[in-house]
Write a protein that binds this ligand. Structure first.
Ligand code: UDP
Length: 458
């Protein structure tokens, strides 16, 4: 073990929470297996290193930092054209990353490989080759959505992409059970750039020394096999990352967290609608108000994460009618942020109304909590279709149909409580995740393979 501590892994996360969290979880898993870890991170959305004392952090700065009009100077990317923003990130940090990586590899400790987020992939490929180290890719989305990304050229050839409104409900015959409206795209002023990013991500995975997945084999067996049949690259589905023992650390709670737990403690088991649309999605005031009225009218207790920035043009809750929050009283709770893992594990939570980000999806499945699915963009649409039609642990509430009546109907439809067996099915998936993580389970075996694979790079 001591000898292995001399082997260092460099990690390069994409600076969005849904990408950073799984990279840090992976870092803990690998650290526990005897590797030391250096996290190279962008100056944009920089983490707080003191929260992760086991790792070394190095900040990468870009050339125009601090200059007036620097598009990367804001505190987060919520509400931005994400495709344009990712282009900016990739352009701004490519060269500084090369230099930082070279400096790390030139240090006295032996670096055995780079683990980079799949979205950086082609950027990091050349840099890793130059300094002669192997590169692994972390895919923070599921295997089903990666399969759809891999199919982009075919989807364009067959004119499924760009999506036409007239074809939304058509099945994509080549990618069952997806419909045209489930394809992983997003609104952007730079559609060609979206194709470039996806193409580069797929090629970067193909040319890597291995792809690490935050998923488990039972959940996405076919999709993982599909990847392996197209790409001669070793795969390591070792998830769910957050359920590995080294990631179940007690969290430091602030006052708000305590208040949330106290409120949940007072609710009946499986009664609460937990609502969160993740760290990036945003919405119009009109949509926000429909959700608020829908939640109020269905008369169920709810816990709703209204992240500052969620409602376009608003600070927080000020668009709600006067007296709305007071009228709801203890029946509902608005918060700016929660510890989602703790909330989902609380026995009072009956259903998770989610945007179906991959982390949220896995976290909900891992706690046996069924979902109401309102995907916003990219892989969230694929995840939602799988939640509803393949794993059968949720119901769809499409964004375009999301008015207060429909919301009330869906929440009252019986998804809360035993319902039509949805919770039972979800608890089965939870058990299967636990089995995959057990000593002889697939995730544990793949982790052993990953460790041997990395050690073989010497
Ligand atoms: N999250 C959280 N508290 C919140 C909302 C989200 O801790 O109030 C975490 C959540 O547990 C998940 C991540 O933020 O790990 C969001 O990632 P996901 O892939 O679900 O969505 P994204 O934010 O990337 O759209």
């Amino acid at each position: 073990m001591e000898e292995r501590k001399l082997r260092r892994i460099i990690m390069f996360p994409l600076p969005f929470l849904g990408h950073f969290n799984p990279m840090i979880q992976l870092a803990r898993i690998l650290h526990n297996r005897g590797f030391s870890v250096t996290i190279l991170h962008t100056s944009f959305n920089s983490p707080v290193p003191s929260q992760y004392p086991h790792f070394t952090f190095r900040t990468i700065h870009h050339k125009n930092e601090g200059e007036e009009g620097d598009p990367l100077s804001q505190s987060n990317a919520s509400g931005m054209d994400l495709v344009a923003f990712i282009r900016q990130l990739r352009q701004s940090y490519a060269e500084p990353f090369r230099k930082s990586l070279a400096a790390e590899v030139g240090g006295k400790e032996k670096v055995c490989c780079l683990v980079s987020d799949s979205v950086w992939a082609r950027n990091t490929e050349v840099a890793a080759e130059e300094v002669g180290i192997r590169r692994l890719v972390l895919t923070t989305s599921g295997a089903a959505s990666f399969r759809a990304y891999t199919a982009y050229p075919l989807l364009r050839d067959k004119e499924y992409l760009p999506i036409k409104d007239s074809r939304l409900d058509e099945p994509v015959l080549e990618l069952p059970p997806l419909k045209v409206k489930d394809l992983p795209v997003m609104e952007t002023s730079e559609p060609e750039e979206l194709y470039r990013v996806v193409n580069s991500m797929v090629k970067g995975a193909k040319s890597s020394s291995g792809v690490i997945w935050n998923t488990f084999e039972d959940l996405e067996h076919m999709e993982l096999m599909d990847f392996s049949s197209h790409f001669q690259v070793p795969i390591f589905p070792i998830g769910p990352f957050h359920k590995h023992s080294e990631n179940s650390l007690p969290t430091i709670k602030n006052k708000e967290d305590h208040l949330t737990t106290d409120w949940l403690d007072e609710q009946e088991p499986q009664s609460v609608v937990y609502v969160s649309f993740g760290s990036l999605a945003d919405m119009e005031e009109k949509e926000f108000l429909e959700i608020a009225w829908g939640l109020r009218n269905c008369e169920r207790p709810f816990l709703w994460v209204v992240r500052p920035g969620l409602v376009r043009g608003a600070e927080w809750l000020e668009s709600l009618p006067c007296g709305f929050v007071e009228n709801i009283g203890d029946k509902g709770k608005f918060v700016k942020w929660v510890n989602q893992l703790e909330v989902l594990a609380h026995p009072a939570v009956g259903v998770f109304w989610t945007h179906c980000g991959w982390n949220s999806t896995l976290e909900s499945i891992s706690e046996g909590v069924p979902m109401i699915c309102t995907p916003c963009f990219t892989d969230q649409r694929v995840n939602a279709r799988y939640i509803v039609d393949v794993w059968e642990v949720g119901i769809m509430l499409e964004r375009s149909k999301m008015d207060r009546k429909e919301i009330e109907k869906v929440i009252r439809s019986g998804i809360i409580g035993e319902g039509d067996g949805m919770r039972e099915r979800c608890l089965k998936w939870k058990e299967r995740a636990i089995v995959c993580l057990s000593q002889d389970g697939s995730s544990s075996k793949y982790l052993e393979r990953l460790v041997s694979h990395v050690l073989s790079f010497d």
